[in-house]
Design a protein around this ligand. Structure first.
Ligand SMILES: *Cc1c(COP(=O)(O)O)cnc(C)c1O
Length: 429
């Protein structure tokens, strides 16, 4: 694969941007090599500065569930841009998107738009602390909720990829208020509640963990979190930044029939533009300024461009058959990879929920961060590079989900399976 232009751009980027990127995993540090510099995306494909073409399984890390530059989204955005990009005053578009979200997720009676998932999770915690008048929170090892202080403890995503134990720069006072447990270990959470019963404001959880690779909740886990938080007067926060409108139109809370007190959203609801949101019960949300005393604000929050991309994306998703097709595409990818691995004589563990999928290079079941970390990352890295060379843009980390979009055709999936088969048989040698 010719990467001359990307190599030059990567060198230049590193002069001005730490690691040459604006978000760490993009730099390919753990897989090695040069990240392709992208010039264009179309449907399921991306094209780089050297003219290489890739079938994309990153999809901007989740937002592009309808694929790159979907014509309906692009058309609506063009019209919106001509009317102005931001007013710092209310628009009807905010009501439209808020109503669509609240209808899809009835637990969200009210919400507020922000500009990233990080902001959403950070503010949901502030609100939970104000509401319960408690300071501590429980999160899960390998769970990622953005990069705010206090949520970086044992974090997933890039923190897991780079093996950073806990980020410097976080005051010890913040970290002290963050308790951690292993995902799928409700017993450990119960013990934390027994020990700190009057101090835990909230449990924040990815209802399907997707930042240590995909790790679905085991039966009863989310139910236990719901009943423990209720019993101890604490709030249950679902971080559905990835799972919202991904695992079902109504998110993981619809898929598993659990009602959280607060929900964090991002990624898909921005349709590829920077958006996050937090929302939930009206009595809790009305603690936010200007109704209540809890402060949070944003210059570009709810801007018409981002709202438009979100509205059009949700419109496309809210049509019959969309989630069935996503399920079928990803199920055939999963099945094809399983068959290819058996044929190559390689033991892997494929983890999938809806259109989220991870190929773990371990023979054992992955149920939490400890078992995820047993994966052989060197094998993953070799696998990754065969795929990239053959035109498959897989997430450049063992600990991230691959995202299948509606734009992936059956031919794309079959081609991907063939390349994966080749990569797995090369690994065996
Ligand atoms: C991506 C992600 C975030 C952070 O969102 P940003 O928009 O990157 O700040 C938070 N929580 C989860 C579950 C995520 O996947």
């Amino acid at each position: 694969m010719n990467q001359q232009h990307s190599q030059e751009l990567f060198r230049e980027a590193q002069r001005y941007l730490p690691g040459g990127v604006d978000s760490p995993v993009r730099a390919f540090k753990t897989v090695g090599g040069t990240p392709p510099f992208i010039v264009k995306g179309q449907g399921a494909r991306m094209f780089d500065a050297d003219g290489n073409e890739f079938i994309d399984y990153v999809c901007s890390w989740g937002p592009l569930i309808m694929g790159h530059s979907h014509p309906q989204v692009v058309e609506a955005l063009k019209r919106a841009v001509e009317r102005g990009t931001s007013f710092g005053a209310p628009t009807e578009l905010e009501i439209t998107l808020a109503r669509m979200i609240s209808t899809a997720m009835p637990s969200i009676q009210m919400l507020r738009f922000v500009n990233s998932g990080t902001e959403a999770a950070m503010t949901a915690l502030r609100l939970a602390r104000a509401y319960t008048k408690r300071d501590m929170i429980v999160k899960f090892a390998g769970g990622y909720h953005g990069h705010s202080d206090g949520l970086l403890a044992k974090a997933g995503s890039g923190v897991a990829t780079l093996g950073i134990p806990d980020s410097p720069g976080v005051p010890s006072g913040y970290a002290r208020n963050t308790l951690t447990a292993l995902y799928n270990d409700a017993k450990a959470v119960e013990q934390l509640f027994e020990r700190y019963s009057e101090e835990i404001a909230a449990v924040i959880v990815e209802p399907v963990a997707a930042n240590m690779g995909v790790v679905p909740p085991q039966p009863g886990f989310l139910e236990s979190l719901r009943s423990l938080t209720s019993r101890f007067g604490s709030l249950l926060i679902f971080d559905e930044v990835i799972t919202g409108f991904r695992v079902a139109y109504g998110g993981a809370q619809a898929l598993y029939s659990i009602t959280p007190d607060l929900t964090c959203l991002g990624k898909i609801i921005g349709g590829g533009l920077p958006v996050g949101a937090y929302g939930g019960r009206r009595d809790i949300m009305e603690m936010m300024a200007p109704v209540g005393p809890v402060y949070q604000a944003g210059t570009l929050s709810g801007n018409p461009i981002a709202m438009t991309a979100g509205i059009e994306t949700l419109k496309l998703l809210n049509q019959p058959g969309v989630y069935n097709q996503l399920e079928n595409k990803t199920a055939s990818l999963e099945k094809g990879i399983g068959t290819a691995a058996a044929k190559a004589g390689i033991r892997i563990y494929i983890s999938r929920t809806a259109s989220l999928l991870t190929v773990f290079f371990t023979a054992d079941q992955v149920v939490d961060y400890e078992s995820a970390k047993r994966a052989n990352t060197e094998e993953f890295n070799r696998f990754f590079h065969v795929l990239l060379t053959e035109g498959i843009y897989w997430p450049p980390s063992q600990f991230e989900a691959a995202f299948v979009s509606f734009a992936h055709s059956d031919e794309d999936i079959q081609l991907t399976i063939r390349v994966i088969g080749k990569a797995l048989s090369l690994l065996k040698k």
